[in-house]
Design a protein around this ligand. Structure first.
Ligand code: GUN
Ligand code: FE
Length: 444
């Protein structure tokens, strides 16, 4: 075990000790938590394959990389219908299920109750950082930000902007959209969260935002130095719709580029069907991709070739995309990312006949990376979290293999460390998330 860990950690075998000392000093993190771990527990901070900083305490593996699980794309108001409505493709799904349910967030009392549950659920699943879409309602969006601040989850909060192609009861004027975006950003910026809860500019997607709104939002992002999140190239019908709306642009991706929305702080959800020139635009802008495999399967969008995005040097993280995706768990996102990559592999196996190589599936380390440091890079917080590097904040998840029905427990003594982590990723659930820290504070 030790040799194996040394191999992973390289010459940085002292990193974990140092990181924990650092965390305990900077944030008052109680180092005895680690020392008291039992034989079935380990601390998985950032799930980052190439940056495991680890130490063995008796029979216990303590990985102090960032065990944060970073959800780079989730719709907080859609939590209320998670696990339903997976029978329609995107555009019909939006119209029939999503817009009516989001509209209900005009009521702050409802928003308070629903958002409290949504944030509690993601924390329960070990999500230490989430990039949330809220709704068009500024009151409800402020409530979501306040809940994140109070519970201690690290979060990006986006007031959703949409001024066209939306129901008459769930739409805003261009002027209102820009005004409330600024107002919500002001509100979030004055919350005392040590910068852990931040605003993010959120044009829903090009189909629901006029050119004027997109330009206006790009200006706000630039002026306030804020990140941006939107959807891109999710389904074929959506792509067609956007291309029809913008014949003056050379592609869907070019619509965002031409409106100033493609920056190195832009998070692009899905990116399933990008052409080579679109991928080049994304790469050149150093924008990031939120890969949402559960959603891509559930609402029939397609299979994103993440291996190709990674090979081309594009930043990628994972998103649950609740409720297009039916699970709020980043463990689920990791599993589905592996499955999606295997589908891509199987569909490309014949490539060798044309002298091409098949796209290799993602391995365990790679999906752990995407769920942690990969997501941190996409959200521009890799200097702060993403692994257990000395100097970063202490976001971590304590994993206990024991709770639940015993699926993760090594009864017969066969499992090595990586087997245990693999069992947790494939068989574990929120019962195995024993504790969660954000910025050194225990939040669960
Ligand atoms: N595209 C525009 N809005 C949405 C949404 O709410 N979910 C998903 N998956 N795609 C979208
Ligand atoms: Fe989405």
């Amino acid at each position: 075990k030790v040799a194996f860990l040394q191999n992973l950690v390289g010459n940085r075998g002292d990193l974990c000790d140092e990181t924990l000392q650092n965390a305990s000093q900077t944030f008052g993190f109680d180092i005895s938590v680690v020392q008291k771990l039992t034989a079935t527990q380990f601390l998985l901070p950032g799930f980052v394959s190439h940056l495991w900083a680890s130490l063995l305490l008796d029979n216990v593996l303590t990985c102090a990389p960032p065990n944060e699980q970073i959800d780079t794309h989730i719709h907080a108001p859609q939590y209320v219908f998670t696990g339903t409505g997976c029978d329609l493709p995107l555009l019909q799904w939006l119209e029939k299920y999503t817009f009516p349910r989001e509209q209900a967030f005009s009521d702050p009392t409802y928003a308070q109750s629903a958002y409290q549950r949504a944030v509690t659920r993601t924390l329960r699943n070990g999500t230490t950082t989430a990039a949330y879409y809220a709704t068009i309602h500024s009151e409800a969006t402020k409530i979501l930000a306040t809940i994140c601040a109070e519970t201690g989850q690290r979060a990006f909060i986006g007031k959703v902007c949409m001024d066209r192609n939306s129901p008459s009861t769930y739409i805003e004027s261009t002027e209102d959209s820009l005004k409330t975006t600024n107002e919500v950003a002001d509100f979030i910026s004055q919350l005392s969260t040590k910068g852990r809860v931040k605003p993010i500019i959120t044009p829903r997607f090009a189909a629901s935002c006029t050119s004027e709104l997109m330009h206006g939002l790009a200006n706000i992002a630039k002026k306030r130095d804020l990140p941006i999140q939107t959807h891109l190239s999710e389904s074929h019908a959506e792509i067609e719709m956007v291309e029809k709306l913008h014949p003056e642009c050379s592609s869907y991706t070019a619509v965002y580029a031409d409106h100033g929305l493609l920056t190195n702080k832009t998070v692009l959800a899905h990116c399933v069907h990008l052409s080579p020139s679109e991928r080049k635009l994304v790469y050149d802008a150093n924008a990031g991709v939120a890969h949402c495999p559960n959603s891509n399967f559930s609402i029939l969008s397609g299979v994103c070739n993440v291996r190709r995005l990674l090979q081309e040097g594009i930043k990628v993280g994972l998103g649950t995309d609740v409720a297009g995706g039916y699970s709020a768990s980043m463990m689920d996102a990791m599993r589905q990312a592996v499955i999606a990559s295997k589908v891509t592999f199987m569909n490309s196996r014949d490539a060798s006949k044309d002298g091409r190589k098949p796209w290799q599936p993602l391995n365990l380390g790679e999906v752990l990376y995407l769920a942690t440091l990969g997501g941190a890079k996409v959200l521009g917080v890799d200097g702060v979290v993403g692994n257990f590097e000395v100097g970063k904040e202490f976001d971590a998840v304590l994993v206990d293999l024991k709770p639940g029905d015993g699926r993760c427990v090594d009864v017969f003594g066969h499992d090595g460390i990586m087997d245990s982590i693999e069992k947790f990723v494939y068989n574990g659930d929120d019962r195995n998330i024993a504790k969660v820290w954000v910025g050194g504070r225990q939040v669960l």
